[in-house]
Write a protein that binds this ligand. Structure first.
Ligand SMILES: [Zn+2]
Ligand SMILES: [Zn+2]
Length: 125
């Protein structure tokens, strides 16, 4: 039983490590099913949660859209195409000074910030 759980979690993790498309839970489910055809949607959702808790993947939840998942852990910015909805990673260093600035100004404890750029991607232009 434990071994099956581990195998399922590994398969989900591998999908996310390979993907650069920031898939939704449903898309992850579709990919994992190619490897483990009888896996249930509930199992995929549950394991995504565990992987987040274990700090192995991150969840992207921007502007009230469905959550997307990715295997990249370090902070980075994103660009979302308004036409095709694809989310791209940006090679722009995260400005951590901004967190300090906000913390100083407000007295709040700032853990991190997320930033999403919007526009039209190269393909959709
Ligand atoms: Zn596009
Ligand atoms: Zn990303």
């Amino acid at each position: 039983m434990i071994r099956r759980e581990t195998k399922q979690r590994e398969a989900i993790f591998n999908v996310l490590r390979r993907a650069d498309s920031h898939p939704t839970a449903d898309q992850v489910y579709g990919e994992v099913r190619k490897v483990i055809p009888n896996i249930s949607k509930g199992t995929v959702y549950r394991n995504l949660k565990v992987l987040i808790e274990d700090g192995k993947i991150s969840e992207l939840n921007l502007n009230g859209t469905v959550s997307r998942y990715e295997g990249r852990l370090e902070d980075h910015y994103h660009f979302r195409c308004e036409k095709c909805g694809k989310v791209f990673d940006l090679d722009e260093p995260v400005n951590n000074e901004l967190d300090d600035k906000i913390a100083k100004r407000t007295g709040f404890t700032v853990k991190y910030h997320q930033l999403e750029f919007r526009g039209i991607c190269e393909k959709c232009k």
